[in-house]
Design a protein around this ligand. Structure first.
Ligand SMILES: [Zn+2]
Length: 147
């Protein structure tokens, strides 16, 4: 199962530059504690992607290009939402039913999914990814659902 993302928020990048790397490490460590190994590697067999979560193996794959593009954090946050969805469904990816909506300009990134379940899962990941408190929010979601 593939979860490509293409969203860059330049305002976020400017304001968070100093803590970007720390936040990435904290979230990566947290995911690994919950048994989601984060693999930073280009694997052509997996097709074109920035980040993807394998629901079965719980591996989170990040394309190393996300560091060059300065989107490593939003990419990892997006995949971490999917990780929380997997935890909640006890291995089966499930909606968290959050009371937040993604910003309007993120809509093209999930509206073209024809599978309605998949569309809702993506909408939720983009909703978290586009919140001002995305980092704290995703950590609290992991803590809540991944024991
Ligand atoms: Zn996704």
């Amino acid at each position: 199962m593939m979860f490509p993302i293409f969203l860059v928020n330049s305002v976020f990048l400017l304001s968070q530059l100093s803590t970007d790397q720390q936040q990435f490490e904290i979230l990566k460590n947290q995911l690994e504690q919950y048994n989601f190994p984060v693999i930073i590697k280009l694997d052509p067999r997996r097709g074109s992607f920035y980040g993807q979560l394998n629901v079965k193996t719980r591996e989170i794959w990040l394309n190393p290009i996300v560091f060059d593009l300065q989107i490593a954090n939003p990419t990892l946050i997006h995949e971490a939402v999917h990780a929380a969805q997997v935890c909640k469904g006890k291995g089966k990816i499930t909606l968290l039913d959050l009371d937040i909506a993604p910003i309007t300009y993120a809509q093209p990134f999930f509206m073209n999914y024809t599978d309605i379940h998949r569309k809702d899962l993506e909408r939720e990941a983009y909703a978290v990814q586009t919140q001002p408190n995305r980092f704290e929010l995703v950590l609290s979601l992991l803590k809540k659902y991944c024991k």
